[in-house]
Design a protein around this ligand. Sequence first.
Ligand code: ATP
Ligand code: MG
Length: 421
Amino acid sequence: MQKDDVLRLMRDPNLLPSEKQVLLSNIAAQAAAMDMPCYIVGGFVRDLLLGKPVNDLDVIVEGDAIKFGKSLVKTFGGKLTFHDKFHTAIWHLPPTFDLQPSTLDLITARKETYLMPGALPTVTPSTIEDDLRRRDFTINCMAIRIDGDHFGELLDPLKGQADLEEGLIRILHPQSFIDDPTRIFRAIRYEARYSFNLEPSTLNRINAKALDVIPRLSGERIRHELDLIFEEENSAQMISRAGELGLFEKIHPRLPLFNPNYSYFLEMDSTLGIPTSKSEIGYMLWLMDLLEDDIMSIGQRLNFTSDLTYSVWAVSQLKKSLPFLVGSSPSVWTYALEKLPLLSIYVVYLVAREDALLDFLSIWRHVKPHTTGNDLKARGLQPGPQFGKILQEIRSAWLDGVLSSKTEEDVLLEKLLAEIS
Ligand code: ATP
Ligand code: MG
C-alpha cells in the first residue's frame, strides 16, 4: 500500500477519531525532535488496513521507550509508569487529550528468545524488524512509521498485507505455537472475528507437539485467553473450534466441549440489569452440567476467583434442584434462591426457562413487609430469633398472595404477636 493510501486511512475520522489523530501527530513530532524512529504496530495497522475502526494504539520506538515517555510527559503532561526490565512504559495521558482508554503503551523495539516452551520470553532491545518477528501472525506484524516525514510509511517485511487480503492467519515460523501456545487461542479468535482461515501449514502446526505445551501454561494465562474469547461477538464459534482442535483436554482432562444448545445465550445482551461480564456467563454455561468436584478442580486450574467458582457451582446446584422446586409457592422459591448469586439464577433461567426464576429476579426478591425490626422493638419485643421468624412469616404472606394491604399486614402482625405472648 502506498503512503498516500495509508495517510488517507489514518485521516479518516470513522476509523481513527480526530482526538486520536491529534495524539498521534503529537507523538510523531516528539519522536522526530528526538531523532527516534517511532511506529504504530499490531492490531492498529491490521484493523486500519481492513477499514475497521481501530482501538488501542501500541507505540514502538527504536531507542529507549522510557526516555521517550519521560519527554512526552515533559512536553504534554500526564504521568509515566515504567518497567526498567522490559524497557516499556505506560503514559497516563493528561486530561487535555480527552481519550479513552486514557493510557498509551510505549515499547522499546525488542527481540525475544524462548528459553523454554510455554514460559515467558527473555527480552533484549533491538530493531523494529526484530520486533515484528517476535509476533504471532503475519497480519499482526505490520508497522506504520510516524516520526516526522516518515509519517504514514507502511513496514510489512513479513507480507502481512497479502495475508490480510486473502484472509489468512499465518504463523511466522514452525516453532511458533510451541514457543507460545496461547497463540493457538489467538488464532482461533482472529479466524472467527474476521471470518478468515488458518493457513494450511499453520493449522497443521496445531498438532500434538504444540498441544502438549498447553499443560505448562499457567491458569492465569489460559483464563485470560478464554476471557478474551468470551468477550468477542462470535464467541460460540470460537469456543467450539477450540474444543474441536483438542485444546480442552490439555487444559484439564475433564473440561467438556461447550454445549452447542447453549451457544445462543453467549450472544445475549440482556442480563436484567444484573452486573456481569460475558466471560462469567460463558463459564457458567460451559461448566454447569459437571459434577461438583470437576467444577472445583477446573476452577482451580483456570485460577478462577472464589466468587466465580461459587457462581458456577451455584448454577449447577440450582439446575439440579429445579425439579424439586417446581410447583412450590413463591415464598419457598424465594427462600431457596435468596442465598444464590443473582447471575447464577439468571443463567439457570436462560437454559431452563422456569418462570419462577424470572419472577424471583424481577419481583419476589424485592418484596418486603411494611413492618420492620424497629417496629417490633417499639412493640417491646427483644431482638432474637423471634424477630426474624415474625418478619419472615409476614413476608411469606405477601409473597404467597395472602396479604394485599397494610391493614391486613397489621392484623397478621397482631395475630403473630399474640401467639408468642
Ligand atoms: P486485538 O484486537 O485482539 O486487541 P491486537 O493485535 O491489538 O488485537 P493485542 O493482544 O492487543 O492484539 O496484542 C498487540 C500485538 O502484540 C499483536 O498485534 C501482536 O503483534 C502482539 N502479540 C500479542 N500477543 C502475542 C503473542 N502471544 N505472541 C506474539 N505476539 C503477540
Ligand atoms: Mg489490542
